[in-house]
Design a binder for this molecule. Structure first.
Ligand code: ATP
Ligand code: MG
Ligand code: MG
Length: 414
């Protein structure tokens, strides 16, 4: 048998792909990326296997598949029809002698999982109806076209105000969500989400949002091997976009964090394929948990694992899982606390520079500061970097210590 370094074919080359490359580089694992030239991930990894184009273009996806030992994604909004076709029929690869052969790379996580998760309404129906009976917010599909208004009235009668109208597909960072506070919002909601397939969701009056990353492995026949949970974190969303992450969650009992990890592994066990997954949850006033949504890939709420989890980061875990390399049995932090702050583009292209400078110039015996800039053009509200701080102080003491960072982060959004 000839040994060679594995090649992961990745659809999408944003910051998640970039950090995946940063984890793959020292392992000698090649990551072939399908995205525009000079996308953040391509800047971080040099290979002649990159493919230029859109990760929505079937022809380019087939070309990428020809280079890859396994196909994976950094974004769920991809063409799952072509991934299904590749896994079933393979792609033609030209040999050096001019002949061609069929190459059939597996897809992880499975295209089945990607297809299900793409439709947030169906995703949650699946969780609720699975034998794990996962708790989700009450939800109802909204009829298209002229019937939408009546459908919204029915939703209001069922849920009361406020409730959430969401695009079933394609949304991220809250784009595609509309909070309906009263009847006056019906028409604005329809106008704002025009042309999209919609559903309505009961308002979750949560006390906190929690998230748990899970590593899922299975054998080649599709039998679940393991679901391993990272520590639970508290996520803060402002204007529907994640701005801050706290590990451990503040003012949350250990038993609740453990229940969140258990729920997350239950959720991910109902899906298909290998990889890391994020489970976003609401912690309700009565102490119970409800699943908001799942991301089938590394996630913003898992950035802290790069520095805070010694066994492996979510990116190394993604690499290990999709290549069927061993993954840890348990994942525990090496520090008492960690805080992740997203750097969002501000009103001017250089608005974030003071924050970056503060991160570069801070040295403190009680906390370590890690700056990650993605080398993306700054646009207002765009995720262009993050800062993780880790410490053996309590999470409250660390929060107090990073106040100057938090103040600058909050200022960026004004
Ligand atoms: P992401 O970037 O995480 O993919 P998204 O666009 O898919 O975001 P959601 O996760 O559905 O959007 O919602 C974004 C945020 O809006 C949530 O994290 C939460 O703060 C708020 N939210 C969503 N659904 C509800 C709800 N039913 N009740 C109250 N708040 C909600
Ligand atoms: Mg989402
Ligand atoms: Mg979300």
């Amino acid at each position: 048998m000839t040994l060679k370094n594995p090649v992961i074919g990745l659809l999408g080359g944003g910051q998640l792909g970039r950090m995946l490359c940063e984890a793959a580089n020292p392992l000698g694992i090649d990551v072939a990326i399908l995205d525009e030239d000079m996308s953040p991930a391509k800047q971080a990894h040099n290979t002649n296997r990159h493919v230029t184009g859109s990760f929505k273009d079937p022809e380019r996806i087939r070309e990428l598949a020809g280079h890859a030992d396994v196909l994976s994604v950094e974004i769920e909004h991809v063409d799952t029809e072509v991934l299904e076709e590749i896994e079933k029929n393979g792609v033609q690869v030209k040999q050096a002698d001019g002949s061609s052969r069929i190459h059939t790379p597996p897809v992880h996580p499975s295209w089945r999982t990607l297809r299900l998760i793409q439709d947030k309404f169906l995703q949650k129906e699946h969780f609720r109806n699975s034998d794990r009976r996962i708790p989700i917010a009450d939800q109802v599909a909204i009829e298209p076209g002229e019937a939408a208004l009546d459908s919204l009235r029915d939703a209001a009668a069922r849920f009361g105000f406020p409730f959430m109208v969401k695009a079933r597909k394609g949304s991220y960072d809250g784009r595609g969500n509309f909070k309906v506070a009263g009847e006056d919002d019906f028409l604005p909601a329809i106008a704002a989400l025009r042309g999209l397939s919609l559903y309505a969701e009961k308002w979750a009056s949560f006390v906190k949002e929690l998230a748990v990353m899970v590593i899922r492995t299975e054998d080649d026949a599709g039998n679940l091997k393991a679901c391993v949970a990272y520590p639970a974190v508290e996520t803060i969303h402002e204007d529907s976009i994640c701005t801050k992450v706290f590990m451990p969650p503040r003012d949350v009992q250990e038993s609740v964090s453990e229940a969140a990890r258990k729920l997350a592994t239950d959720v991910i066990s109902t899906l298909w394929g290998r990889g890391v997954f994020a489970v976003e949850m609401f912690l309700l006033e009565d102490g119970s948990l409800m699943v908001n949504e799942v991301a089938p890939r590394p996630h913003n709420s898992g950035h802290y694992t790069i520095e805070a989890v010694p066994q492996m980061s979510q990116y190394k875990a993604q690499i290990h899982a999709v290549l069927d390399l061993p993954v840890p049995k348990t994942l525990a932090p090496r520090v008492s606390s960690a805080i992740m702050l997203n750097i969002l583009g501000g009103a001017t292209p250089d608005a974030h520079l003071a924050l970056a400078e503060l991160a570069r110039s801070t040295f403190d015996d009680d906390m370590d500061v890690y700056l990650h800039l993605y080398n993306k053009a700054s646009k207002p509200g765009r995720k262009i970097g993050h800062i993780t701080v880790t410490s053996n102080l309590t999470i409250q003491a660390l929060e107090a210590k990073v106040k100057p960072f938090i103040d600058l982060v909050d200022n960026l959004r004004r």
